[in-house]
Design a protein around this ligand. Structure first.
Ligand code: PGI
Length: 489
C-alpha cells in the first residue's frame, strides 16, 4: 500500500547553531554558556561532560553550501535552523532601554520600539549578522522553506555563567533563566532577529524544548546540562521566566512579522507499565502533564499546575513543533510527583541492547518505539488543535544499523496520524550530518551523513538514500516499507 503526503508537505532536516556551526576557519564562538560549560576542567574530570570540544564540530558555518547541496540532493524542501544569541550579541544589551510592565512578580509587557531596535543594531555583531544572512539566503535561493528557531539551549556568557554560579554562588553570577532580567534581554534579541531576518524566514519558532531546559538544568542534574543545580523551586522559577520570555517575544514579534510563530517541545510517548490498571494509567496521565503538556497549557490556555493562572501568557502559540525520539514508561509512586520512570524502557535502556519489551535500543540507549510518534501527535492535536510539524526525529546510530528501519517506521506512523485527520505539515529529520551532541560530544552520531571530523568530509549513510526515496515521489512506497517490517523480532 502506498502512503502519500500532500504536495506541500515539508520534508527536511533540523539543526541548531552550537551543535553544527563550529569546526573550521574563524567559526569558533567562545561567548556562550555552553562553550564555557564543556571546556570546564571540573565538568570534564567528573565526567559530567565528554571532553569533546564543539570547535572540532562539523563546520556548518563554513560548509553551509555543501550541506544545503546535500539536503537538496536528498530532495529536502525545508530546513529548521538555529541562530546563536551569543554570536549576534557577544556583549551585553542591558544599556538598550525598553518599557517593561510588571504585575507583582510577573513580567506582563515589554516593548521593544523602533529606537531600541536601532540601538540593538548598533550593538549587534555585524559579521555574524551578515554571515547568517548568507546562510539563509543560500537556502532560500533554492526556493525552499526556512524555519528559524531563536533559542536552542545556548545563551551568552554575560547572561548565564554556570561555572561562576557554582563557584561564587547563584546570587553572585549571571544566572540565566532564574533571573527575570534574562527575559528582557531575550525579548530584545528576539525582536531584533525578527526585524533583521524576517524576509528570509517562512515560519518562526521561539524556543526549542523548554521542558528540557529547566528539567535537565535543575532536576535531572546528571544529564550534564548547565547549570546542573538540583532545586525544584529554581526549576519552577526558570520555567516561569522561560514562559514569560516566549510570550513577551511572541508579542513583540507579532508587531514585526505576519508569519506564524511556534514553539518546539520535547515529546515522549508516556505509557503506563500496566495498561488498564487505574493507578498506572493515572501515573502516566500525571507524567504527561508534568513533563510535556503543562508548559504548553500555560502558553495556550494560561494555566499551569506549577505557575498558576496567567492570562497574559495564553494564546501565544500558532504552531507546535514535536520532537520525538522514544517513549517513557512509568509506574505509580507514593513520593515525588506520583509517578516513577522505569529503567529498561524508552529513554532508560542500555545502549545497543534490547529493551525489557524486546525492542532494539540505539547507541544512546533509547528504545526504538515508532508507534509512540503517532500517539504523541494525536495527543498534541487533541489538546491544542494547532498545526503540527515534526521538528525532530532521529537516532544515534553510528553504523546505520537501525536507522533505515527507524526512519521508515516513524514516517509511516506520521502518515497514519495524518490519515486520521491531524493537521501535520511536515517531518524534519535530526540530523542531516553528525554533530556535537551536547554533554555526550561526538560519540552520538545522529546524521543521515557520517562526518569525518578530521577532514570535515560528509559521507552519505544508506539511510540518506531511503530519505531520498521518500522525497522523490512524496510518498512511502510499499517497497521501502519493507525496511520497516524487518523490525519485528
Ligand atoms: O539528542 C538528539 C537531539 C539533540 O541533539 C537536539 O539538540 C535536541 O533538541 N535531541 C533529542 C531530544 N532533544 C534533542 C529529545 C529529548 C531529550 C532531551 C534531552 C531526551 C533526552 C535528553
Amino acid at each position: 500500500m502506498k502512503l502519500r503526503f500532500p504536495n506541500n508537505f515539508l520534508l527536511g532536516f533540523s539543526e541548531s547553531g552550537f551543535q553544527f556551526e563550529m569546526g573550521l576557519d574563524q567559526s569558533e564562538d567562545q561567548n556562550s554558556d555552553w562553550w564555557h560549560w564543556v571546556h570546564d576542567e571540573e565538568n570534564i574530570f567528573s565526567g559530567l561532560v565528554s571532553g569533546d570540544m564543539p570547535e572540532q564540530g562539523p563546520g556548518y558555518w563554513s560548509l553551509y553550501k555543501r550541506d544545503h547541496d546535500i539536503a537538496s540532493g536528498l530532495g529536502m524542501n525545508c530546513a529548521r535552523l538555529g541562530i546563536e544569541w551569543s554570536r549576534i550579541f557577544p556583549k551585553p544589551t542591558f544599556e538598550v532601554k525598553v518599557d517593561v510592565e510588571m504585575s507583582g512578580d510577573n513580567l506582563v509587557n515589554v516593548i521593544v520600539d523602533k529606537e531600541a531596535l536601532r540601538k540593538l543594531d548598533a550593538l549587534a555583531n555585524k559579521d555574524a549578522v551578515e554571515h547568517y544572512e548568507k546562510i539563509f539566503n543560500d537556502w532560500k535561493a533554492r526556493e525552499k522553506t526556512l524555519i528559524l528557531n531563536l533559542y536552542h539551549w545556548t545563551m551568552p556568557i554575560w547572561i548565564h555563567d554556570p561555572i561562576k554560579m557554582r563557584k561564587a554562588g547563584i546570587e553572585r553570577a549571571p544566572s540565566g533563566w532564574i533571573d527575570q532580567r534574562t527575559v528582557i534581554e531575550f525579548v530584545k534579541f528576539a525582536a531584533y532577529v525578527t526585524w533583521r531576518f524576517d524576509d528570509y524566514v517562512d515560519l518562526w519558532s521561539i524556543l526549542n524544548e523548554p521542558n528540557v531546559v529547566y528539567g535537565s538544568g535543575f532536576v535531572q542534574v546528571k544529564s550534564g546540562f548547565p547549570p546542573s543545580h538540583l532545586d525544584l523551586q529554581l526549576a519552577i522559577a526558570a520555567a516561569k521566566h522561560i514562559a514569560e520570555a516566549h510570550a513577551r517575544a511572541f508579542d513583540n514579534m507579532k508587531s514585526i512579522t505576519k508569519k506564524s510563530i511556534g514553539i518546539i517541545q520535547a515529546m515522549f510517548a508516556i505509557e503506563p507499565k500496566k495498561r488498564d490498571v487505574p493507578d498506572h494509567e493515572d501515573a502516566a496521565k500525571k507524567a504527561k502533564k508534568v513533563e510535556i503538556f503543562d508548559f504548553l497549557d500555560l502558553l495556550s490556555k494560561g494555566e499551569s499546575m506549577f505557575i498558576g493562572t496567567r492570562e497574559d501568557l495564553a494564546n501565544r502559540i500558532d504552531w507546535i513543533g514535536v520532537n520525538y525520539y522514544s517513549r517513557v514508561v512509568v509506574e505509580p509512586s507514593t513520593g515525588g510527583m506520583g509517578f516513577k520512570e522505569l529503567e529498561g524502557y524508552g529513554l532508560h535502556c542500555t545502549p545497543n541492547s534490547l529493551s525489557k519489551a524486546g525492542r532494539e535500543c540505539s547507541d544512546f540507549g533509547w528504545e526504538i518505539y515508532p508507534e509512540g510518534i503517532k500517539s504523541v501527535l494525536i495527543d498534541t492535536w487533541e489538546r491544542y488543535r494547532k498545526p503540527i510539524i515534526v521538528t525532530e526525529n532521529g537516532i544515534a546510530d553510528a553504523k546505520d544499523r537501525y536507522r533505515p528501519r527507524y526512519l521508515v517506521s516513524h514516517i509511516q506512523n506520521v502518515q497514519k496520524a495524518f490519515d486520521e485527520g491531524i493537521d501535520i505539515r511536515g517531518y524534519l529529520h535530526w540530523a542531516l550530518v553528525d554533530n556535537y551532541e551536547w554533554a555526550q560530544g561526538f560519540k552520538m552520531r545522529f546524521g543521515l551523513c557520517y562526518v569525518d571530523y578530521e577532514t570535515k568530509k560528509r559521507y552519505l549513510r544508506p539511510s540518506a538514500l531511503i530519505f531520498k526515496g521518500i522525497t522523490e515521489y512524496n510518498e512511502l512506497p510499499g517497497e521501502i516499507q519493507e525496511y520497516q517490517e524487518l523490525l519485528s523480532l
